[in-house]
Write a protein that binds this ligand. Structure first.
Ligand SMILES: Cc1ncc(COP(=O)(O)O)c(C=O)c1O
Length: 438
C-alpha cells in the first residue's frame, strides 16, 4: 500500500526552489520523499495536495486544541478583522484575553506576544531584571524556542554528548550561537532532586530563573515525579529565584489552568502560546504582580509591533471562552485515555514492550522499555527506530503522529470515539506490518 503523492512531491520541489529545504521551520523537513505539503484541515483531519486524508495527531505541534478550522474561532476572527487588524493602541479583545488568562490560570498580570519563542525570551529577561542575576537552569530534553539562550541540550541533543549526569555538558543545538552564551545556561537532568539541590546550594546567587516545562512536552511528555515541582517551588522561594513554567505546550491543554492547575503549583512567571489561539499566532507571559511589576518604561523592556494584534487576540478570546464554558479538556482526557489504552492493548497483544508517557491530551509511546523514564537520558534508551517505522506505517494508513517519538501525540476536541476507533484499526494493521518486516 503506497499513497499517491504526485502533486505533493511536485509542489515540494517548487518549495525547495524558493525556501531553504522547502520548509519554514526546520522541524517540518522529514526528507525529500516524506515531507508533505498540506492543503487543508477540518476537525481532526488534514489533507495533502493529493487529497490523501490523515487523522492529525501532530496538530501543528500542539496548538489545535478544538480542531482544525473550528468554525466559531474562525468566525470570530473573520468578524474582528473587518474593523482592521492592528493599532498602536490597546484593543478591547486584548483586555478580555488578559482577563480570561488571569481568571483561568491564577496569574496576576499578563503581557501578550505572538510566539512561544518570543515569550520565553521575554520571560527570561523579566526574571533577570527582577533578580539582577544572569544565569538560569533548564532541564535536559526541554525546548523553550529558538532564541540563543535556550538552544542547549534540547531534545535533539545526542544523548552520548550530554556527559556524566554529575557534570552535564551543555550541548549546543545550532551553529551561529556566540560562544559566550553557553555560560548563562545550566542544564540538569529532569527529576534529579540531588543534582538540583547541590547545584542551587553552590550557585543560587548567580541564578535568575529555573525554566521548566512542567512535563517534558518536547521529550515524550515525561512527567514530574511526585514532589519534583514542589521542590522547584520550595527552592526558588528559598533562594529568591524566579520559577518559570514554560506552558507553551501544556497551557490550556492539560487543564484550563494548565500545568499550574493540574499539578497544583503556582509559578512566578508562566509562558503560554499554542493552544490559547487554536492555531492562530498568539502567546502570553503571565506572572505574579511582584515579578511582572518590573516590566515597563525605564525598567525591563517588553514590546512588539504585533503584540496583541486583532487576529491573535480575537482567536484567543474565542478559544478561551469555549474552553471556559464547555467540557473541552474533560472530553479530550476521556477520548485520549481510550486511545492510550487501546494502543497499549494492541502493543501488548503483539508482544511489543512499551511504556506510555504523558497525559491523555499529550502522550508518547516509548518502545522497548518497560519502566517509566523519568528524564531525557532514560527516554533515549527506547527504540526510536522501531517507533519511526511504526509511525511511518501509520501515516501510510492515514493516521499522522510525529515520526519522532519525542514529539507527543496531541489530541483535540474532535478526536471523538469514531476517530479513535478508526485510529486503533489502523494501529493494529501498522503493528502487524512492522512485525512482518522485522
Ligand atoms: C515548551 C515550548 N516552549 C517554547 C516553544 C517555542 O514556541 P514557538 O514555536 O511558538 O516559538 C515551544 C515550541 O514547540 C515549546 O514546545
Amino acid at each position: 500500500m503506497t499513497r499517491d503523492l504526485t502533486q505533493t512531491h511536485a509542489l515540494f520541489q517548487k518549495a525547495k526552489q524558493f525556501i531553504p529545504q522547502g520548509v519554514n521551520s526546520n522541524f517540518r523537513y522529514w526528507g525529500d520523499e516524506e515531507t508533505l505539503v498540506i492543503m487543508r484541515g477540518e476537525g481532526a483531519y488534514i489533507w495533502d495536495m493529493d487529497e490523501n486524508r490523515y487523522i492529525d495527531y501532530r496538530l501543528a505541534f500542539g496548538p489545535v486544541i478544538l480542531g482544525h478550522a473550528y468554525p466559531r474561532v474562525v468566525k470570530r476572527v473573520a468578524n474582528a478583522i473587518q474593523d482592521s487588524t492592528l493599532f498602536a493602541w490597546t484593543t478591547p479583545a486584548e483586555i478580555q484575553v488578559a482577563e480570561r488568562i488571569v481568571r483561568m490560570t491564577g496569574v496576576d498580570k499578563v503581557r501578550l506576544g505572538n510566539t512561544g519563542t518570543e515569550v520565553t525570551m521575554h520571560a527570561l529577561r523579566i526574571a533577570r531584571g527582577y533578580t539582577n542575576r544572569e544565569r538560569f537552569i533548564k532541564f535536559e530534553g526541554q525546548y523553550h524556542g529558538m532564541h540563543d539562550y535556550v538552544l542547549f541540550s534540547t531534545a535533539g541533543a545526542p544523548v552520548g554528548m550530554l556527559g556524566s549526569r554529575r557534570s552535564p555538558i551543555n550541548v549546543q543545538s545550532s551553529s551561529g550561537i556566540p560562544e559566550g552564551i553557553r555560560q548563562y545556561v545550566i542544564n540538569l537532568p529532569f527529576n534529579d532532586f540531588e543534582m538540583l539541590e547541590e547545584t542551587l546550594a553552590a550557585r543560587w546567587h548567580e541564578i535568575a530563573a529555573i525554566f521548566v516545562e512542567p512535563m517534558l512536552g518536547n521529550a515524550a511528555g515525561i512527567l514530574p515525579q511526585p514532589g519534583w515541582l514542589e521542590k522547584l517551588r520550595e527552592l526558588c522561594t528559598k533562594y529568591g529565584i524566579v520559577l518559570i513554567f514554560d506552558e507553551v505546550k501544556t497551557g490550556f491543554r492539560i487543564a484550563n489552568g494548565g500545568a499550574q492547575e493540574y499539578f497544583g503549583i503556582q509559578a512566578d512567571l508562566v509562558t503560554y502560546a499554542k493552544a490559547m489561539g487554536n492555531g492562530f499566532p498568539i502567546a502570553a507571559i503571565g506572572g505574579t504582580e511582584e515579578v511582572m511589576s518590573v516590566v515597563g518604561y525605564g525598567s525591563v523592556a517588553h514590546g512588539g509591533t504585533y503584540s496583541g494584534n486583532v487576529v491573535g487576540a480575537a482567536a484567543a478570546d474565542a478559544t478561551l471562552e469555549i474552553l471556559e464554558n464547555e467540557p473541552i479538556i474533560e472530553t479530550i482526557f476521556k477520548n485520549g485515555q481510550k486511545l492510550m489504552d487501546g494502543v497499549s492493548e494492541i502493543l501488548t497483544r503483539h508482544g511489543i514492550v512499551h511504556y506510555i508517557t504523558g497525559l491523555p491530551p499529550m502522550f508518547s509511546l516509548i518502545l522497548g522499555v518497560e519502566e517509566e523514564p523519568t528524564d531525557f537520558r532514560a527516554y533515549c534508551a527506547g527504540d526510536g527506530d522501531l517507533y519511526e517505522e511504526l509511525a511511518m506505517a501509520l501515516i501510510e494508513r492515514g493516521v499522522m503522529p510525529d515520526g519522532d517519538g519525542r514529539e507527543p501525540w496531541f489530541l483535540c476536541y474532535q478526536h471523538n470515539e469514531q476517530v479513535i476507533a478508526e485510529t486503533l484499526t489502523a494501529f493494529e494493521d501498522a503493528v502487524k506490518d512492522v512485525k512482518r518486516q522485522a
